[in-house]
Ligand binder design. Structure first.
Ligand SMILES: [Zn+2]
Length: 278
């Protein structure tokens, strides 16, 4: 559905939760060795990076993650922006300028200033790349994550791209610590799920017709790793990750379907290309 229709129906349902809807976008196709996603896994994988567009009937446009910065689509600027080693490891060759979140929103008729809130699962370079595209939004991030991202340990520093954070001190940041009901109406609940990163969080969207779903971000990088509790090499704490995964499994057992950011089969189930779930 074109965005103007979403807004029209959002207006119609203003103050009525039946207007909430969401769509997903692949904001960063990557080509990686499987062992980068699941320790010791063989082979090579083409994977998506999932972000979501949510239209709240009262509070407007909300983004879940921002994908990779558009500069990375330019082979001449990619290495300088991301670092040559990271660019080699993550293989963003299929990532084109039109994949960047600002370009995808534009196609749906959404301007950067229409975005009211940006929620971050965490601040790795495939999630926070679009931060500077939304200077007028409120950016919601766990306190542990924003502090760590700006001064990471040496071994995790390659995946926190400081170029993504160049405008961070000019932005309206809403720091949170722990689980958080964004509008105190049960529609968008953030659960702190440390492990992959110190302040990683997942989002539970309560859709009026479909019910609850969980955007599970990087609590697993492939279903196989998630199911077998195998970490990925850049998980900040494998111990915290185990606790998080047990919590996520209980969520699934409770009937809340979850969608991993980089699992192609999970992404394929989500509405995309202007389709919405409500
Ligand atoms: Zn990721």
């Amino acid at each position: 559905m074109p965005f103007y229709k979403c807004i029209a129906s959002a207006d119609k349902f203003r103050g009525n939760m039946t207007g909430l809807r969401m769509s997903a976008m692949n904001v960063g196709p990557l080509s990686v060795d499987a062992n980068l996603l699941v320790a010791f896994a063989p082979g090579h994988l083409e994977i998506p990076t999932t972000a979501a567009l949510i239209v709240h009937p009262t509070y407007g446009v909300v983004l879940w993650d921002t994908g990779i910065n558009g500069v990375v689509a330019d082979p001449d600027r990619r290495d300088a922006y991301w670092g040559a080693n990271v660019a080699t490891a993550f293989g963003p060759h299929a990532f084109k300028r039109e994949h960047a979140i600002d370009a995808q929103l534009e196609k749906l008729g959404i301007k950067p200033k229409d975005v009211r809130y940006v929620l971050y699962s965490h601040l790795h370079l495939d999630h926070a790349g679009g931060m500077s595209y939304f200077p007028d939004a409120i950016h919601v991030v766990q306190r542990d994550e924003i502090r760590y991202a700006l001064w990471p340990d040496t071994w995790t520093s390659p995946v926190y791209c400081q170029n993504d954070f160049r405008d961070i001190r000019k932005l309206n940041i809403l720091e949170i610590d722990g689980d958080f009901d964004l509008f105190e109406d049960g529609t968008l609940r953030l659960l702190k799920t440390s492990g992959h990163a110190p302040g990683h969080q997942v989002l539970i969207v309560n859709l009026p017709n479909r019910g609850r779903i969980c955007m599970a971000a990087d609590t697993g990088h492939q279903r196989s790793g998630f199911d077998n509790l195998v970490p990925m090499p850049w998980d900040w704490s494998t111990s915290a990750m185990s606790m998080t995964r047990m919590r996520m499994k209980q969520l699934e057992r409770s009937g809340v379907p979850m969608f991993l950011c980089h699992d192609a089969s999970d992404f394929a189930k989500l509405p995309q290309n202007g389709e919405f779930w409500d």
